[in-house]
Design a binder for this molecule. Structure first.
Ligand code: ARG
Length: 567
């Protein structure tokens, strides 16, 4: 197809002698279309060429030779060179490419031969799967789908919190009061109660705390009683977590949690010992680090830590998945943890390829209007309940707006879950998220339900027409109006959008894109009569609607959102 950015970059390369791929990455698509369809910011070259940006712009423009059938006008504004695409050639090339690629449109080969490991979700056994884990599950899940779409070899890992001193506490609590609680039928709630109660006792009684620590040590040493209780906690918890994964459609290739590394940490400790950098500190053993707190490898009683397990996991993943990138999707509360772990990993003697590929993908906290959640105080919002509430609320809205709708429950499920997922992904991930039902369920806002609603419009217009026009018979020239052109231009940016998501590990770029595409379609829909004009116009506009609908559906499914056929 006609790749406008490519053509522009090629010409600027000829004019300046600078590297094309780099030039291409500078090209912007201005929000304000009076600034052209593509813009090249010359200030990026000012340093290299030692000239003022407007001067550079003039000089480049003089040398450009782009056919008017492709770029109809070139203008200089300040340090920018603005390019105005020839509407028809752009629309034509976009639709042609769509026709050739269909479902594969937007897909690229950048991932071929590359392996990426994504560590996400990772709730903690015997603790509630709360709203804080929702973001990791949703962001990690979106990245998982998008990397796959870009042809990476992807491994999704659920690094369950199934190990650590808290199990020493739980085992102690269970020993003391196990019979008082109905752990079998309501595991997470009951275990949480035990956990809260034992924590209280630990605060009062130093001996109990010591017993808990020893229980954990016994667990590491494979004491049969401790292992048996632990296994039960794990199985019961997973059964509950799976309910949430089923609702969200989450998939994992590996469920190796922290406990999986219990026999793999010795190697880490020994390797670190051999570097001479593992030093005693207040009874523990640590690695001192520059400009940050030391990383604790072994606690006072000889137990390993969360960090030691992550180090063992890095070795394991490098060996078994030969990763180019290893991503860790957690809240920003763990920024220091991963900085420490990634620094210490450099001492493990691995190829630099692996240590370079480690990347923390942090996200902001989810805040309810009532404040932050924490397990220890028992102020918990359970994710399963929350997702069910989203569905109930969506159903209520649908009943008001469209009481005649068929299969309301199924539509409500897609809309409710779509609203929560989109809300989680729509803002840049590092931002804190305020969880507000009215905002995320607003059908006219920048929301999941909005893109679903626009998708349904594309469906219903095609249904009303009763056919999908044949691409070969379409007169693209009738799509020369501004609104059609804007839709096509947005479509053409799909591939670049997905590449950027992978480059920055930022699914919000795709969420934003789907809003842009929906809004441009909405303007097109309002400006143009689709059915009932002459046949050429009707076919061309229908085809454009068809393409928009398909891309919205593909894009939404990459985010983990299902589209209803009506709503
Ligand atoms: N279980 C941890 C938590 O709930 C997250 C684990 C993240 N992954 C990792 N490899 N450390 O905070």
């Amino acid at each position: 197809m006609l790749d406008f950015k490519e053509i522009i970059a090629q010409e600027i390369e000829k004019a300046t002698g600078l590297e094309k791929e780099e030039l291409k990455s500078y090209i912007e698509i201005p929000k304000d279309t009076t600034m052209g369809d593509y813009a090249f910011p010359c200030f990026k070259l000012a340093k290299e060429l030692r000239k003022a940006p407007p001067v550079i712009a003039e000089e480049i423009k003089e040398k450009l030779k782009i056919e008017a059938s492709i770029i109809k006008k070139i203008e200089i504004v300040g340090g920018y060179i603005n390019f105005y695409a020839n509407n028809t050639s752009l629309v034509e090339s976009v639709l042609k490419e769509y026709h050739e690629k269909q479902e594969q449109y937007g897909n690229s080969k950048i991932g071929e031969g590359k392996s990426v490991v994504i560590d996400y979700s990772a709730p903690n056994i015997a603790k509630p799967f709360h709203i804080g884990h929702l973001r990791s599950t949703v962001i990690g899940g979106a990245l998982y789908n998008i990397y796959k779409f870009l042809n990476y070899q992807v491994t999704g890992i659920n690094h369950l919190g199934d190990y650590g001193t808290q199990f020493g506490k739980l085992i102690e609590g269970y020993k003391l009061w196990g019979k008082e609680y109905d752990v079998e039928s309501n595991p997470i709630d009951e275990l949480t109660k035990i956990y809260i109660r034992i924590n209280e006792l630990c605060k009062e009684d130093e001996q109990v705390l010591e017993n808990c620590r020893n229980n954990f040590k016994k667990l590491e040493d494979k004491d049969p009683y401790c292992v048996e209780i632990w296994t039960r906690f794990r199985e019961l918890s997973l059964k509950e977590f799976q309910k949430v994964y089923d609702m969200l459609g989450s998939k994992f290739d590996s469920w190796n949690g922290e406990a999986f590394y219990s026999d793999k940490m010795q190697e880490v400790v020994e390797t670190l010992e051999n570097t001479g950098k593992l030093v005693p500190s207040e009874g523990a053993r640590v690695i001192e680090l520059e400009n940050m707190a030391p990383c604790i490898i072994e606690k006072t009683n000889g137990s390993t830590t969360y960090a030691t397990r992550d180090l063992a996991a890095i070795l394991y993943r490098a060996r078994n998945y030969n990763f180019d990138k290893a991503l860790y999707v957690t809240s920003y509360e763990q920024v220091l943890h991963f900085k420490q772990v990634f620094e210490v990993a450099k001492l493990l003697g691995m190829d630099e390829k692996y240590t370079d590929g480690l990347e923390h993908v942090p996200f902001g906290m989810v805040r309810l209007k009532t404040g932050k959640m924490s397990t220890r105080e028992g102020n918990i919002v359970k994710l399963e309940e929350l997702l069910n509430e989203a569905i109930t609320r969506a159903l209520k809205i649908i009943e008001e707006k469209n009481p005649e709708l068929e299969e309301k429950e199924e539509v409500a499920r897609k809309v409710g879950l779509g609203a929560v997922i989109f809300n989680d992904l729509s803002a840049s991930r590092i931002k804190d998220e305020i969880f507000d039902w009215d905002t995320m369920l607003n059908f006219q806002g920048e929301t999941g339900p909005y893109i679903q609603y626009i998708y349904v419009r594309t469906k219903s217009v095609l249904e009303k027409a009763g056919y999908v026009p044949n691409y070969e018979e379409i007169q693209v020239s009738v799509l020369s109006d501004k609104a059609s052109f804007e839709v096509a231009k947005t479509i053409s940016n799909f591939e670049e959008t997905l590449k950027q998501v992978a480059d920055k590990n930022e699914p919000s770029i795709l969420a934003r894109y789907l809003i842009d595409l929906s809004q441009s379609f909405s303007s097109f829909y309002n400006a143009n009569k689709i059915i009932g004009e002459d046949k050429d116009k009707q076919d061309a506009r229908l085809y454009l609607s068809y393409v928009v609908g398909n891309i919205l559906k593909t894009g939404a499914s990459l985010l983990g959102i299902e589209m209803p056929n009506r709503m």
